[in-house]
Ligand binder design. Structure first.
Ligand code: FAD
Length: 590
């Protein structure tokens, strides 16, 4: 480390008022997307007291925005092995093959259970679920609902099942749901075991303001980090709260540099920010194609799957084409698919485009890549356990290893479903074995911080310019510097939901920038303009990061070969990349 270079420090918790009330449950599930709802519903069948808390309303989250569908080898001609092969290719060498095997082999049964629960998937004339193809898939294996409203239908079915359970247990409050409940931090006992959460509830009566909820296990299902960037397909709740809280508590966070930028997000002009409309990959699956501003199709020479190449390849090709033509977008051409087909197959996309003044039936649609999915997150094993006792992570917040460096289209809803089941089953058996006992939370030191809500745009701008779709050592150093300046401007900030979320964006952004600086190659969702090729000799593996007791971050490199040596890096500095190739032992880390 250069003398005078500040070390990246992440505080132990966010500044918040002391809890004014306490409640308890056996298991707390945080978040109500496909991951949280599935986990809560399955836990409810086996555990006495489940508490589901969610930041706004039950339906809010990325799940309800999912358009394309859910991938599963449901066609008799298809197989789990083929799905596995496609997933491994998209993951660019760093998927956890065992996790992928679980995903693809348990997936079909989980999707059928979803149908049993009431989810209405689109069906063909033979009554079978219709399957379509998306980028990176070698077969038609994407089940969809309402044409392009798959997430909405899945969310509707899961919430309906939850409401039915709530009515059924009116006399026996075995499952409790609290909406408008923002989890601020994790509570831990003196051995760092997670035993609850602090949360801010906008409610009435007793449970209003900041309180504490205690439990024997906590399942984080808080979704993605999209709002870390200026432009994203993710809804406003996707502020990385789960990753940030787990990091502060000392859980291992992995693969955070692998951020998927969706290639075809409707381009609404310079300066458009926040959640942007997505034009599903399924449009290209049905025959739409990309052209540049001169009308030239440019994907054919780039990849054998042309317009259906994996997302990172398409996004990279678009960025290169934009640079070559001097344009800030390219176009998606779906006109030849015809009015009748487009209106039936993509009703929501058509309605949204038309609302915004574009008609896919008669016009080219301007598109550019925008943040879409976080492949990294809270590192878990194959039953969703994080590295902290008592803490599980599920869905987009987690890093199970199934996505590697780049998620294959429509595998994320499936991941939420499959691993939520595994988590619920693991918690159930551990509770019955008496392994997860209740514990008393302790407050460790006064290491807390906050940044003001009005710094949000500055964080997003720093991340977009410095750690966006294409990065370099220079851009990342600038991002790290800008983020540190925001962190240093913190004192005197009022604790409220806006400052908690903005602080989470900052912490996720700082860590993402640090690990993206370390990885000196281009792989999957991590694209470097100064290291443009994949470098398997040095980087075939995962960067894990953990917060040490003094707030510094230690990173380590874990090769994909099962028993390869682990390299532990020095604490990450804020302004200067740590040399990542020099293997250092843990005792070397200062
Ligand atoms: C536009 C769009 C289209 C997509 N299309 C597809 C697709 O076709 N197929 C596919 O497989 N995937 C798709 N994805 C990705 C997929 O939708 C998500 O990865 C998946 O839905 C994530 O589910 P989840 O349950 O992990 O999180 P979410 O559905 O995002 O739910 C997270 C929940 O956590 C809550 N929460 C967050 N922070 C807190 C907090 N601090 N306290 C309490 N609650 C909190 C949120 O309010 C929300 O309820 C798409 C995503 C987007 C944005």
């Amino acid at each position: 480390m250069t003398p005078g270079t500040p070390t990246l420090r992440i505080p132990a918790r966010l500044t918040a008022p002391d809890p004014g009330w306490v409640m308890s449950a056996d298991v707390i599930v945080v978040g109500s997307g496909i991951a949280g709802l599935t986990a809560a519903l399955r836990l409810r069948q086996r555990v006495d007291r489940v508490l589901l808390v969610t930041k706004t309303v039950l339906s809010e989250g990325s799940t309800e925005w999912a358009q394309g569908g859910i991938a599963a080898a449901l066609d008799p001609e298809d197989s789990a092995d083929e799905h596995l092969g496609d997933t491994l290719v998209a993951g660019a060498g760093v998927c956890d093959e065992e996790a992928v095997r679980i995903l693809v082999s348990e997936g079909p049964a989980r999707v059928r259970e979803l149908v049993g629960l009431g989810a209405l998937f689109d069906r063909g004339p033979d009554g079978e679920i219709s399957l379509t193809r998306e980028g990176g898939h070698g077969r038609d294996r994407i089940a969809h609902a309402g044409g392009d409203a798959t997430g909405k239908e899945i969310s509707r079915a899961l919430i309906a099942a939850l409401r039915a359970a709530l009515i059924a247990v009116k006399e026996d409050p075995g499952i409790e749901v609290i909406e408008h409940a923002l989890v601020v931090d994790l509570l831990q006992d003196r051995d760092s075991r997670v035993c609850g959460v602090t949360l801010h509830v906008i409610g009435e009566g007793q449970n209003d303001g900041v309180g504490a909820a205690l439990a024997r296990a906590v399942v984080l299902a808080t979704g993605g980090i999209g709002q870390v960037y200026s432009s994203t397909t993710n809804p406003s709740v996707a502020t990385g709260d789960g990753v940030a809280a787990a990091l502060r508590a000392g859980a291992v966070v992995a693969d955070l540099e692998f951020v998927q930028f969706h290639p075809t997000v409707l381009w609404l002009g310079e300066g458009a920010s926040g959640q942007q409309p997505l034009l599903s990959e399924a449009m290209r699956g049905e025959g739409a194609f990309l052209v540049d501003r001169d009308g030239v199709r440019f994907m054919a020479g780039v990849h054998e799957l042309a317009d259906l190449a994996p997302r990172d390849i398409v996004a990279k090709a678009i960025v290169a084409r934009m640079a070559r033509t001097g344009a800030d977008h390219v176009y998606l051409d779906a006109r030849h698919l015809g009015r009748e087909f487009l209106e039936k197959r993509f009703p929501s996309i058509l309605a949204r485009c038309r609302e915004l003044g574009f008609d896919p039936v008669s016009e080219l649609l301007p598109v550019a890549p925008a943040q879409h999915y976080a492949s990294g997150g809270v590192h878990t094993d194959l039953v969703g356990r994080s590295t902290l006792a008592g803490l599980y992570a599920c869905g987009e917040v987690s890093n199970t290893g199934v996505h590697g460096a780049n998620r294959l289209a429509s595998n994320s809803l499936l991941e939420g479903l499959v691993f939520a089941h595994r988590i619920a089953d693991d918690i159930t058996s551990r509770l019955s074995a008496g392994e997860l006992t209740s514990a008393d939370p302790v407050v460790v030191g006064a290491d807390s911080t906050l940044v003001a809500g009005d710094e949000r745009t500055a964080v997003q701008r720093a991340m977009t310019l410095g750690a966006g779709a294409v990065r370099s050592a220079e851009s990342l150093a600038q991002a790290a510097k800008s983020l540190q300046a925001i962190a240093d401007s913190a004192p005197g900030v009022t604790a409220d939901p806006d400052s908690w979320e903005t602080s989470n964006l900052l912490h996720v952004g700082q860590l993402l920038t640090a690990v993206a600086t370390l990885r000196k190659e281009t792989r999957g969702g991590h694209v470097r303009s100064d290291f443009t090729v994949r470098d398997d000799a040095h980087w075939l593996g995962h960067i894990q990061a953990v917060r040490e007791a003094d707030g510094s971050i230690t990173t380590s490199f874990h090769p994909v070969t099962p028993h390869g040596p682990v390299r532990v890096h020095s604490p990450v500095t804020a302004h200067r990349p740590v040399t990542a190739h020099r293997p250092v032992t843990r005792s070397d880390a200062s």
